[in-house]
Write a protein that binds this ligand. Structure first.
Ligand code: CA
Length: 639
């Protein structure tokens, strides 16, 4: 807002004159109607029985809209909305978004209001708008399935360019709203849309981050196949997308969490990673996402896992895109690298991955950084050879009794912490995708970050119920589901099972976290409830958008029918998981509880209450008991 306008508005306020709200008029604009009857004018004819309806141009992708060109900028204060009366259009209109823009193509459109509830048919409803910026163009973007249909619209406000003090946030979470040029659909993770606009609105709408020349694209492997799509934002230049993000960077991810109906498996796991002191834990925030005017649900705004200060902080090797060799021919190519032991490695271009070979093993590895290499380039040959040295050292039989061989090419603590986070969250992809980095001048791979936990916390039908399997990754290494290759299974086995020194170190780290480090059920129970509160409104809207709470999607082993039920399931999992891992790793549980039993077994097992009185299995109410069988006794918690 320029100084003159600030002065004028200050004067108006000083004299108690408020800008007058009036019903606004303008040129009616919209996408083509589906027939000669349901034209855009029908949304502004004052008749609740007539309606606008847009025409499909793509059955899977209809961002259909109708609105007004107000001729000049206006600050919108209120919107009148009446849903189409027939069929279930009032219900389908929920999540429709109102946008304001100053470019006629709406490339700069931002959300100003949303239909958050089903409105009664046959009357006008007035939605207050609290956005201080003026817009020349305003429109109604029909929610998915409503086909743009609306019986009647009214926009209220006053003329003025307004200011940038107040914007619309869908819920208490930051809102990420982005537009691709011409609202083109993002079709794949390779389908790039330069010239896109992204807004991040936070702090109760008082802060806005904007980039009018970013690139949007899809991302993810299995997760791209879900109807709720994951995206990558690539900003025009390196910036902090939210003030608390530690990295200034171009690339940010929007994680969809479709198969994770708690929406927080990554959040809980990143907290585990932070607490145990992984060298790098990615930035993560819950957000609401609006994509080309359509509400897409509750997402996580995260770092891109890449080499960057504040992320994987190793030296970046700059590669010449013509020669595919380092720009500086004298550069020390011993670092830095970011690689990923990766079950999907063979989808990468030829110079972007290799197999690490040793004896009969071949392990697929993606080179995340530097990229743009060829198989003949020096960095490619260097990192492949170095990875193979690591394999040879760990897998040779002598390493079973020589932790020094394991540690020569591996930062052992980062590996063990990574293993323990994977064990605690029970993520079956822990070794399907394992990141490692290597800094210049160091021989050692540092493991991490922890990433992509949607199958964790018992969310994988191939391994459910992990707690009933008793041990999952730690010793039960014959499971085929979670490893990028058999070779990597043997690397893990060598380090956490066969070598007594590294195994002792694993136990030491676990015990320290359990007794001194907040790796307790009580800590996570409290954090999970905080996150439930934080996303409560957003999760509600998310599951209006994606009504999947009663179905099994992706690799779900089942469904609990509600968000609360899903959250309770991860808590139940964690309660039992801590106790099981204490037992497997060989420490006494800090709580003193040695087992968690959902369904007590009758028969040869006897149960005693804490007064020493025997209780029959059928009479066990939730609480603590002593369980006695032929192998001995233990304290159990009955849920
Ligand atoms: Ca009408």
């Amino acid at each position: 807002m320029n100084k003159f306008l600030l002065f004028i508005s200050a004067l108006l306020i000083a004299f108690g004159i408020d800008a007058q709200e009036t019903k606004l008029t303008g040129t009616i604009i919209g996408v083509r109607p589906n027939n000669d009857n349901n034209v855009a004018e029908k949304a502004f004819d004052g008749d609740l029985n007539t309606f606008f309806r847009g025409d499909y141009y793509n059955s899977d992708y209809n961002r259909l809209w109708v609105g007004l060109d107000l001729g000049k900028e206006h600050v919108i204060t209120k919107i009148g909305f009446a849903p189409r009366q027939d069929s279930d259009y009032a219900k389908k209109a929920v999540l429709s978004v109102f946008q304001g823009a100053n470019n006629p193509d709406f490339s700069d459109a931002m959300p100003i209001a949303m239909v958050k509830e089903e409105y009664e048919k046959g009357k006008m409803h007035y939605i207050p708008v609290n956005v201080s910026m003026g817009f020349r163009y305003v429109r109604f973007m029909g929610a998915s399935g409503v086909k743009g249909s609306v019986a009647e619209l009214e926009f209220y406000g006053y003329e003025g360019v307004g200011d940038d003090s107040q914007f619309f946030q869908v819920t208490n979470l930051p809102t990420v709203a982005f537009n691709t040029p011409n609202m083109s659909e993002i079709l794949s993770k390779e389908d790039k849309h330069p010239g896109s606009t992204v807004y991040v609105i936070s702090e109760d709408g008082t802060r806005i981050f904007a980039d009018y020349n970013c690139q949007m694209k899809g991302r993810g492997n299995a997760s791209w196949n879900n109807p709720k799509k994951p995206f990558q934002i690539k900003l025009d230049k390196k910036r902090n997308i939210l003030p608390d993000a530690p990295a200034k960077a171009k690339k940010w991810t929007l994680i969809n969490n479709y198969g994770d109906k708690t929406l927080m498996r990554n959040m809980v796991s990143f907290e585990m990673s932070r607490l145990i002191g992984m060298p790098y834990t990615p930035y993560i925030r819950f957000v609401d996402v609006i994509y080309n005017g359509e509400y897409e649900g509750c997402y996580q705004l995260c770092d891109q896992v890449e080499v960057n200060p504040g992320r994987v902080n190793v030296t970046e090797i700059e590669i010449d895109e013509t020669t595919h060799e380092p720009v500086d021919p004298n550069a020390d190519i011993s670092g830095g690298y970011l690689i990923e032991i990766d079950g999907y490695a063979n989808n990468e271009p030829a110079g972007g991955w290799f197999t690490g070979n040793y004896a009969s093993y071949s392990i697929p590895v993606t080179i995340k950084s530097p990229d743009d290499l060829t198989k003949a380039s020096k960095p490619y040959l260097y990192i492949k050879a170095h990875f193979e040295k690591f394999l040879a050292n760990v897998l040779s039989w002598q390493a079973a009794n020589n932790v020094g061989m394991i540690e020569k090419y591996l930062d052992l603590d980062s590996f063990l912490k990574y293993v323990l986070v994977g064990e605690l969250n029970g993520n079956t992809d822990t070794f399907w995708s394992t990141y490692m980095s290597k800094e210049v001048g160091s021989d050692k791979f540092v493991v991490g970050p922890v990433w992509d936990i949607d199958l964790g916390f018992n969310n994988d039908n191939r391994t459910y119920d992990i707690n009933k399997r008793f041990i999952y990754d730690y010793l039960c290494l014959s499971d085929n589901v979670s490893y990028a290759s058999n070779g990597f299974r043997d690397v893990v086995r060598r380090i956490i099972k066969e070598n007594p020194d590294s195994r002792a170190r694993l136990k030491e780290i676990w015990e320290d976290m359990r007794y001194n480090g907040n790796w307790t059920y009580g800590y996570f129970d409290e954090k999970i409830e905080e996150w439930v509160d934080e996303i409560y409104e957003s999760q509600y809207l998310n599951f209006v958008r994606w009504p999947i709470l009663s179905s099994s999607v992706h690799m779900n082993p089942g469904s609990r029918g509600s968000f609360r039920g899903e959250v309770n399931a991860i808590k139940e999992y964690l309660l039992a998981r801590f106790v099981n891992l204490d037992k497997i790793i060989g420490i006494k549980s800090p709580s003193g509880i040695e087992d968690v039993v959902a369904t007590p077994e009758p028969g040869v097992v006897k149960y005693y209450n804490l007064s020493g009185i025997e209780v029959s299995a059928d009479d066990l109410t939730p609480g603590i008991y002593i369980k006695v069988d032929s192998t001995g006794s233990e304290k159990i918690l009955v849920k």
